[in-house]
Ligand binder design. Structure first.
Ligand code: ATP
Length: 460
């Protein structure tokens, strides 16, 4: 099935509901930098918490780390980023547009979008020039070459240089991993597609250190585990696939690399959201050489020392959040109503707001009762209280926010303490004693299925 391109509508919904805003919008925006609004920050935090739980908390063989963004400049010489972290760039002298040379065939000519750059008679393309993607700045008061530092273009190097610190502090034995979440910066030549490719983004990376020889077995295990993680976020299985790096794509030190791709719909189609790489001992060996410090692991039981191989899993927090938003966006007709609705079918455990609480009217003690329930539920779940406007409108706003439940306080609540719960996906409305609401929501979130699959709460 071909998925439609929902980007334009999604950008507008994201702004309207407060998921994502353009950075510095009142000044005309900053190139491909975005800010997360009240709903977006909750969603992205939920994604990061899910990753941290799966990768660190629920395992005893992975340790957490939060390394600094600014690192010693030699790190980037050792890693190869100073010499080689560049993309070939081509400019069009006629229309002043800039392209990545390796993406020319996929890019439209700005003057004639049905053609590619170089195909229009007026196109005047330059030769490809290498453009380093690292942001450079200066440390200290003097701006000279001795004080150059870089904003890290990936979080991984913070892990490699701390390999022995973590191993010795935790007394972990190989195989074990180190995981971290943090900002990375790349001066991308052709950013775009909303938050898909930005110049400032967050990565969730894990390096798993293994004995050489066991690397391919661990590589396969991590590949499978990471795909499972994406399924558990509610991404449609037919929108996920592996892409194996061929000979030409593979970094010279990499023994194997697979991308997990998500189908973003439209012409963008399947694109990388995560990379799973077997990096051999390349990074540790480079840092050992450049720093002059021994980074070998000492296996006391087997009485040997070696540089471990590394299996890396690297996923963009923003890119996977975008995949989740694209996956969730849907428009549908509503039986008996002229106007359809837009729904963000977010997995209930990821939704920024778990439940809306709505007094049907602003009188007869309903707001007081609703506020009391909201305060009670808020101890455990993110709750949105709304007493303004028609109830249908309030439901619709929460549908767009992706809120899986709505609880309405009505005449029945005042008479016999039952409330109406509406589920976002099937719009079913069920009466339930007010005392059972928290239990139901809790059970529901634990059940790990979408609200469409869990048909309903049993009626009282
Ligand atoms: P590309 O070739 O598309 O530039 P890459 O292969 O260099 O990407 P990696 O270095 O493997 O990407 O980065 C790992 C993950 O970090 C990617 O799968 C993606 O989710 C995320 N990522 C990388 N670059 C960006 C970016 N500019 N904006 C948002 N996320 C990014």
């Amino acid at each position: 099935m071909a998925y439609p391109d929902v980007f334009e509508k999604l950008v507008s919904l994201a702004k309207r509901r407060g998921f994502i805003f353009q950075s510095s919008e009142i000044y005309g925006g900053t190139g491909s930098v975005w800010d997360y609004g009240p709903l977006g920050v909750e969603l992205k935090n939920n994604v990061k918490a899910r990753w941290w739980n799966a990768m660190v908390r629920q395992r005893d063989d992975v340790e957490g780390l939060d390394a600094a963004i600014l690192m010693h400049p030699k790190v980037w010489e050792a890693s190869g980023h100073v010499a080689g972290f560049s993309d070939p760039m081509i400019d069009c002298k006629t229309c002043k547009a800039r392209f990545r040379a390796d993406q020319l065939q996929g890019a439209p000519c700005p003057r004639k979008p049905s053609k590619h750059p170089g195909e229009h008679a007026d196109c005047l393309l330059t030769e490809p020039r290498q453009f380093n993607l690292m942001f450079k700045t200066f440390m200290g008061p003097v701006e000279d070459s001795a004080s150059v530092v870089y904003l890290r273009p990936e979080t991984a190097q913070g892990i490699f240089v701390n390999f022995l610190n973590v191993q010795q502090a935790t007394r972990q034995k190989v195989p074990f991993g180190i995981a971290q979440i943090g900002k990375a910066f790349r001066n991308e030549i052709t950013p775009g597609n909303f938050t898909f490719r930005t110049r400032e983004f967050e990565q969730m990376e894990m390096q798993f250190f293994v004995e050489p020889g066991s690397d391919m077995e661990w590589f396969e295990r991590w590949k499978a585990a990471r795909l499972e993680w994406h399924y558990a976020l509610g991404l449609a299985p037919d929108r996920l696939q592996f892409h194996q790096h061929g000979e030409t794509e593979l970094a010279h030190y990499a023994r194997a690399a697979f991308d997990i791709e998500f189908d973003f719909g439209g012409t963008l189609g399947f694109q990388e959201i995560e990379g799973v790489h077997n990096r051999s001992d390349f990074d540790l060996s480079q840092h050992q050489t450049v720093s002059g410090k021994r980074l070998e692991y000492v296996d006391q039981a087997a009485n040997k020392r070696y540089l471990p191989y590394v299996i890396e899993t690297s996923v963009g927090a923003d890119r996977v959040t975008l995949a989740i938003l694209v996956n969730a966006y849907r428009e549908e007709t509503v039986p008996g109503e002229e106007e359809g609705r837009t729904v963000m079918g977010l997995h209930p455990t990821l939704a920024p707001i778990t439940t809306g609480v709505f007094p049907l009217t602003k009188k007869d003690g309903m707001p007081e009762k609703a506020e009391k329930l909201a305060a009670e539920l808020r101890k455990e779940f993110p709750v949105f209280y709304d007493d303004a406007g028609a109830i249908g409108r309030r439901y619709r706003r929460q549908d767009e926010a992706g809120t899986p439940f709505g609880i309405t306080i009505d005449q029945n609540t005042m008479a016999n303490d039952t409330v109406t719960i509406r589920t976002r996906d099937d719009m079913q409305q069920i009466q339930l004693p007010i005392t059972q609401v928290a239990d139901r929501i809790r059970a529901y979130l634990r059940s790990d299925v979408s609200t469409a699959e869990v048909k309903h709460f049993s009626p009282v």
